[in-house]
Write a protein that binds this ligand. Structure first.
Ligand SMILES: Nc1ncnc2c1ncn2[C@@H]1O[C@H](COP(=O)(O)OP(=O)(O)O)[C@@H](O)[C@H]1O
Ligand SMILES: [Mg+2]
Length: 260
């Protein structure tokens, strides 16, 4: 006989994110991070609770209001290969949200797509190319261009740099940081990689078994984290030189490219 158990993917969570800030959400795989992100994006519905955005409840607002909020909350997922249509030139992928929400002429659309490509460090001519002609890092830049196309307020970045190698990760994190200033964005930055999250976030929330077990300001030393789940995340950081591990716990800065 099956022993049915109820799993609460996200439970008893109380978090806030101020405008222009980045909240890092970190936790082991299966801890509920994506579920929380999906609830904010309206892709999952919580059984209970409230989600507020700009003073309005996302769960009780009308369909029309929800539609207008949809453009203000965008996302970038980990898998850039499946989030872009392989049969479409990049122009079509970036243009899609503009087509759905803005009434632009063909010429304005083209100019906007070109400007977006430049703002993520690509060339205007790249709009004619197809996804298979780009590297993983470039594809993630295209996903970011699409996410900022409607000038959103909040971007949920779910493991957005996790599939990239360390050097490219660093470049994308830098780009995200610059875009945050330029477009006055707020980020919910979800990752299992505590060092990547910390490098871009203002605050860090640790999720464990569907609950937020600890939050710290990123200016606080990592050694101030007390919860066993937080400590376990720190333990799992793999520096390229094993002796550098001690520095993480002593909170001497360890950078992901290990330049010490
Ligand atoms: N659609 C679903 N149906 C059943 N269980 C799910 C579903 N989505 C996620 N879960 C479960 O919820 C938990 C949290 O998943 P998830 O939010 O994807 O975690 P994370 O993003 O931290 O890896 C996991 O135990 C996962 O197996
Ligand atoms: Mg996830």
């Amino acid at each position: 006989m099956l022993n049915k158990q109820t799993l609460k993917a996200a439970d008893n969570i109380c978090l806030s994110l101020e405008q222009g800030m980045c909240l890092g959400l970190v936790g082991e795989s299966g801890s509920g991070k994506s579920t929380l992100g999906k609830m904010i994006l309206g892709l999952e519905k919580p059984d209970d609770g409230e989600i507020w955005f700009e003073g309005k409840s996302l769960l009780t607002m009308s369909r029309r209001e929800r539609q207008s909020v949809r453009r203000k909350i965008q996302t970038v997922f980990q898998d850039c290969y499946s989030s872009l249509n392989p049969r479409w030139p990049v122009y079509e992928s970036i243009r899609e949200p503009l087509k759905n929400f803005e009434k632009l002429s063909a010429r304005e659309e083209k100019r906007t797509v070109q400007e977006l490509l430049v703002s993520v460090g690509l060339s205007p001519d790249d709009m004619a190319k197809y996804p298979h002609q780009f590297s993983g890092g470039q594809l993630q830049r295209i996903s970011i261009a699409r996410a900022i196309a409607l000038k959103p307020k909040l971007i949920v970045l779910d493991e957005a740099v996790s599939s990239l190698d360390v050097l490219i990760q660093h470049q994308i994190l830098k780009l995200l940081d610059e875009l945050k200033e330029q477009y006055l964005l707020s980020y919910l930055f979800i990752s299992h990689d505590i060092m990547a999250v910390r490098s871009i976030s203002d605050r860090l929330a640790v999720m464990h078994k569907g609950q937020i077990v600890e939050t710290i300001h990123c200016s606080d030393p990592l050694s101030s984290m007390k919860h066993p789940a937080s400590k376990q995340l720190l333990e799992s950081v793999l520096p390229s030189r094993p002796r550098a591990r001690a520095n993480i716990h002593n909170n001497k800065e360890w950078v992901s490219n290990d330049s010490q």
